[in-house]
Design a protein around this ligand. Structure first.
Ligand code: ADP
Length: 288
């Protein structure tokens, strides 16, 4: 395995900007592992903890799915009074929220334990951004927000784990919509050549409530909610950005945020990955 580690740095002279840099710390980790192996204990504790979390979340998910499923069946019943149908709707909403929390905890504990394998496949970044935007458009529209995508025409396909990048981008986007009351949410896509590889940068800008300078440091930490009172009102697990950070870390990329309280935020990530063709080349005909 390869290990990455992030460090947080204030951008010099820019009090409101936080940069998360990721470094390959495989060598150091290997050394540490050898040490813990020698001690035999610490590693066991980590494995037991993530096993426990995985089992527990699984045990929670099964009955939750039953609740969601049967609430759906009930909702379809024609004999329900209007009031009962509303209550069944509330059961559905609450259990879906709980399922999201459980899934986040499971995902986070897997990522934390290094148990998530990336699956790099050719994908079209523009298509990925467009489908994420389409998913979030309804929520943005309901709040009267303008949602726009700015991307160059000549973005090339790349080889990376698109579902995991989608997860990060959707997280940025849903936060942007959640914490913005008026104005716009803009996704800016940039792609450059970086040596042999391609560099992809995606930034989500919003005109929302922003994050206070002293709270910026914590936003990529687990269970961090910049403003407890505000966040409680909006819901959420406080795990989304911590999960996003782990994903980008595992890809060896960078993730960061620039934010001004009362003016808005810009959440971005950058990854380096091979550029490629989308359609695999057709097998060459035998000249003979
Ligand atoms: P949550 O589930 O609470 O949204 P996240 O990890 O996604 O968890 O975000 C952590 C916290 O960072 C949020 O609760 C919020 O306080 C802050 N935050 C994230 N994105 C934004 C944004 N676009 N604008 C303002 N605050 C944000």
């Amino acid at each position: 395995p390869i290990w990455f580690e992030s460090t947080y740095k204030r951008v010099a002279g820019a009090e409101r900007e936080l940069l998360v840099t990721t470094r390959d710390v495989t060598e150091r980790k290997k050394l540490e592992l050898e040490l813990t192996r020698a001690l035999g204990l610490a590693q066991l504790a980590v494995a037991a903890k993530s096993d426990f979390l995985a089992n527990m979340t699984h045990e929670l998910r099964t009955p939750l799915n039953a609740i969601i499923g049967f609430a759906g069946v009930l909702k379809g019943s024609t004999t329900l009074s209007e009031r009962d149908a509303r209550h069944v709707g509330l059961i559905q909403d609450a259990s879906n929220t709980l399922l999201n929390v459980v899934n986040d905890v499971l995902d986070f504990s897997r990522l934390e334990a290094g148990g998530v394998e990336l699956d790099p496949q050719p994908f079209d970044p523009r298509e990925m951004v467009a489908s994420c935007a389409a998913l979030i458009e309804g929520q943005a529209g309901a709040k009267g927000l303008i949602l726009e995508v700015v991307a160059p025409d000549d973005v090339q396909a790349m080889q990376a784990d698109a579902p995991r990048l989608t997860q990060v981008l959707l997280n940025f986007l849903s936060n942007a919509v959640k914490f913005t009351n008026s104005g716009r949410v803009t996704v800016v896509v940039d792609q450059r050549l970086d040596g042999e590889q391609g560099m992809l940068r995606i930034e989500v800008r919003d005109t929302g409530i922003g994050i206070a300078s002293h709270q910026l440091d914590g936003v990529f930490e687990r269970f961090s909610q910049a403003d407890a009172a505000v966040s409680r009102r909006f819901g959420g697990t406080g795990l989304g950005l911590a999960i996003s950070r782990r994903i980008i870390e595992q890809m060896g990329g960078d993730i960061g945020v620039y934010s001004r309280e009362g003016e808005g935020s810009r959440f971005w990530f950058e990854i380096r990955a091979p550029l490629c063709d989308l359609v695999p080349e057709a097998p060459r005909e035998d000249p003979a």
